[in-house]
Design a protein around this ligand. Structure first.
Ligand code: AR6
Length: 175
């Protein structure tokens, strides 16, 4: 059965989340990098995760692919690639929205019922945080899925406040 997940926002480190799947903000080469990608590689076990990512090949912006979670509490990692912000006129919004939609679709293929997302593209890739929070909440609400719980994990207070604002605007209670 598909429906709408419960969406909550928390402040935290996604590598410690006890959910079925965590989403990684990766790059096209799935080669590891900085930010949340680096934290996930370290916590999952960099060697095993690098090998699993290498076997997946490349991943286009807006797409998503999965690996096991290895040493993470989460059973799976869903790697998605956000758009590099170039001013907003280059399909960035469509690609960021696709990251959330495709990650839920991959979660459904895996049978994951709880999924934690970082604020994809809002670090190194430079996506404006307020717009990104709006796109995250709206896309998650508009995507039919069997996922029951989505946790938006903010690494900073500003991002958490933006999520809470968007959830309130959607008539949802925040965390
Ligand atoms: N838990 C949750 N969120 C985190 C964590 C964490 N442990 N660490 C950072 N964040 P970024 P991007 C937040 O730069 O913009 C990498 O090098 C961070 O504060 O990780 O999609 C990849 O390999 C920010 O809000 O991802 C790519 O090359 C958010 O996660 C590139 O960066 C995303 O920031 C992708 O850039």
């Amino acid at each position: 059965m598909t429906g709408q997940p419960r969406i909550e926002a928390v402040r935290g480190d996604i590598t410690t989340e006890h959910v079925d799947a965590v989403v990684n903000a990766a790059n096209e080469g799935l080669a590891g990098g900085g930010g949340v990608d680096s934290a996930i590689h370290r916590a999952a076990g960099a060697e095993e995760l690098h090998a699993a990512c290498a076997a997946l090949g490349r991943c286009k912006p807006g797409e998503a692919k999965s690996t096991p979670g290895f040493k993470l509490p989460a059973r799976w990692i869903i790697h998605t690639v956000g758009p590099v912000w170039s001013g907003g006129g280059f399909g960035e919004e469509m690609r960021l929205s696709s990251c959330y939609r495709r990650s839920l679709e991959v979660a459904d293929e895996l049978g994951a019922r709880s999924v934690a997302f970082p604020a994809i593209a809002t670090g190194v890739y430079g996506y404006p945080r307020e717009d990104a929070a709006r796109i995250a909440v709206r896309t998650l609400l508009a995507t039919p899925t069997a996922v029951e719980l989505v946790r938006l994990v903010a690494f900073d207070d500003e991002t958490l406040a933006l999520y809470e604002k968007e959830l309130a605007a959607a008539g949802l209670a925040g965390s």
